[in-house]
Design a protein around this ligand. Structure first.
Ligand SMILES: [Cu+2]
Length: 486
């Protein structure tokens, strides 16, 4: 008897009974994945995505052209992998812009799939924000306008097409987007070749080198090869000085807890929404999907020849090591971490704010499956035509995110991402937020049963926007809500 007939024969069951039977279909044990090709570890050099040059510049804006197309790349030595890439790159080229200079990005879709582009963390007009139904069909183009009226921070642009975001990003549609401003450029932080973006992703490769994708039965895809900037388990030669790393968890569904293999601390300087007020020394840094963290690692503490791994302490042993730093040269740079990094202009908590509650939880649907689960927000699946909240432009609200797991078995980690507005975390489970999340955020991790209270203000633009889980398979399986800024 296969799993489908087990479930098909159940008919209507009580929730507890149904849950007990779901054991056989949920979780990794139920996956039927092809064995991945063995990839070399810590031999291939880290690559840095190219910076995209504007096609044109005017006094006030930079104009970019991006073609979304397939490309055949040698990701694993001796194998060809077909990817879907911005400009055929994997990851996409980095866009670096200045605050208050408008970026106009014209995307042309030469793929066989519909696409949508979202600038994650961008304060973006609604018609350029990448609403999932604003799909660009194969052969068509769309121009997205980003005013960049926001503080310096590390954003990323990625696909957001209805029902297919997970696969589109998985096959390559993601890239960094970095906003710089005067406040940050005045600081003596590491820059140039010491300012390194790190995109963390996991993938599974079929034996012919092609990417294997499945939704993990809508639980979320987790691969068995770790990539950093599209390179499997890379190594990076570093000098004996400070480096700034802009770390992005670009995985579909994998959580990270980053640490150095020698147990030494590193310094957190920024979160999703830019620099913290002051640097924070850390030995471990949780990072859920789509979150960014900016850290400085000081390699001047080490002698040439030292090897240090970047770890994901949340993982089983074979996937713990992500990449290896090799201290290769003695070299000093002038970089410092100032005691005061920025004025983040945090909000003041209003006396009588509007409070909204957003529950992230599983729902049952016997028309789905296996498993017969759908992902819901406040018990509802995403409907692009339904407005779940109307938010007044410029008003500070408190949003209460709850990861609800009424049945323990159906509990999964989720995370909450708001479009347009960045937020400050006031409370996590009724207590102070973690030290690594006391800056501006647009995405927050919610472990099973966790809740968080955040303060958010949506500014600059009216229109339709989204709140959703950034487990991409949950998102594609409708864990998304539309709110309108009015
Ligand atoms: Cu989720």
């Amino acid at each position: 008897m296969n799993r489908r007939t087990v479930l098909g024969g159940m008919g209507v069951l009580g929730a507890a009974s149904l849950a007990s039977r779901l054991v056989i279909v949920s979780g990794r044990a139920a996956d039927r994945r092809p064995p991945s090709i063995a990839a070399p570890r810590f031999q291939l050099p880290l690559k840095i995505p190219p910076v995209l040059e504007p096609a044109a510049r005017t006094e006030t804006q930079d104009e970019y052209d991006i073609v979304q197309r397939e490309a055949e790349l040698e990701i694993l030595p001796g194998h060809i992998t077909r990817i879907w890439g911005y400009q055929g790159c994997f990851p996409g080229p980095t866009i670096r812009v200045r605050r208050n200079r408008t970026a106009v990005v014209r995307h042309t879709n030469q793929l066989a799939t519909h696409t949508v582009v979202h600038l994650h963390g961008g304060i973006t007009p609604a018609d350029s924000d990448g609403f999932p139904m604003d799909m660009v069909k194969s052969g068509e183009s769309r121009t997205y306008t980003y005013p960049n009226r926001q503080r310096a921070c590390t954003l990323w642009y990625h696909d957001h097409a209805m029902d297919r975001t997970g696969e589109n990003i998985y096959r390559g549609l993601a890239g960094f987007y970095i906003i710089e401003d005067e406040e940050e450029l005045a600081l003596p932080l590491p820059r140039g070749s010491f300012d390194i973006p790190l995109l963390l992703q996991d993938r599974t490769f079929n034996t012919d080198g092609s990417l294997h994708y499945d939704t993990g039965r809508h639980m979320g895809f987790e691969g068995d090869v770790m990539l950093v900037n599209g390179v499997p388990w890379p190594r990076m030669d570093v000098s004996t000085c400070k480096y700034r790393f802009r770390v992005l968890n670009g995985s579909n569904a994998r959580f990270f807890e980053l640490a150095l293999s020698n147990g030494d601390p590193f310094t957190l300087i920024g979160t999703d929404g830019g620099l913290l007020p002051e640097p924070v020394p850390l030995k471990a840094l949780p990072l859920s999907m789509a979150e960014r963290a900016e850290v400085v690692i000081d390699f001047s503490r080490y002698t040439p020849g030292t090897k240090i791994f970047l770890l994901n302490k949340r993982e089983k042993p074979e996937l713990t090591q992500l990449m290896r730093f090799e201290v290769a040269n003695r070299e000093a740079n002038e970089a410092k971490i100032p005691a005061r990094l920025s004025d983040p202009r945090f909000l003041n908590r209003p006396k009588t704010p509007t409070i909204r509650t957003w529950d992230f939880r599983a729902g049952f649907s016997l028309s789905e499956g296996p498993p017969p689960i759908v992902w819901t927000m406040n018990g509802k699946r995403f409907d692009p035509d339904r407005i779940d909240a109307k938010v007044s432009l410029g008003e500070i609200e408190l949003w209460h995110f709850r990861n609800q797991a009424p049945l323990r078995l159906l509990g999964r980690p989720h995370n909450a991402h708001t479009h347009l507005g960045h937020f400050q975390i006031l409370e996590r489970n009724g207590k102070q937020p973690f030290v690594h999340e006391r800056g501006w955020k647009d995405t927050i991790a919610l472990e099973k049963g966790e809740e968080a209270l955040v303060m958010v203000r949506f500014e600059q633009f009216r229109g339709r926007y989204l709140l959703h889980c950034h487990n991409l398979e949950h998102e594609d399986h409708a864990m998304m809500s539309r709110f309108d800024v009015v």
